[in-house]
Design a protein. Sequence first.
Length: 243
Amino acid sequence: MTLKNIIIKTKDKLCDILYPNGLKCIFCGRDILDFENKPYCEHCEKLGLLNVGHKCERCDMIIKEGNIVCDFCGIRSKCFDKAFCPLNYEGYAKNSILKFKNDNARYLAKPFAKLIYQRLKEDNIKIDIILAVPIHEKTRKKRGYNQSELLARELSVLLNRPYLPILEKNKQTQDQKKLPYRERLTNVEQCFVLKDKNAIKGKNVLIVDDVMTTCATLNEISKLLVSYADMIYVAAIARDNLQ
């Protein structure tokens, strides 16, 4: 066993001790009673971490009462049908997602996936196939895992639907969060490949990511599916509002 693997295993054991499944809030670590249905404490629930309120019918971003879609979806149409993001990308929620993405906190995949699952069930969404936003091979080797794939695999269990690894990222891109809005839209153009079109024909597809901001990544992937899939849904742990 390599030193890196020993460190990872030790870290995972420490996480199990500090955040035992079913006992601790995934945001602040406080004790909670009903982890299966609500993996966060009442204190964090009051901090505005949940993405609730009047939202864009397409991208799930909070908008003014009376509007149907946000200004961004009104100006630039999306290739997916509807988005689902249970959390707001701020405060404790943002910190937990960054741990999940960058600090090997893989144990968070299950509760994060459960939050997405609950949102899908609220709208009675029917899914046939689950896909994950892919990362470039160099990124995977550096990080050791694809956080979106971990979420997709957990959702596959919850929804009892297959996860298919049929998306590939064939071009390394700049980090989206470091770019302004317009550059984010072009940064991910033509960098994804759909390896099996027949697998999604006539299916309701769910594409899973960690955070949604401009929707550029999820929309670019949706472009590959729109001629084959019946319905295209996208989901992320959190929505980073542009307004």
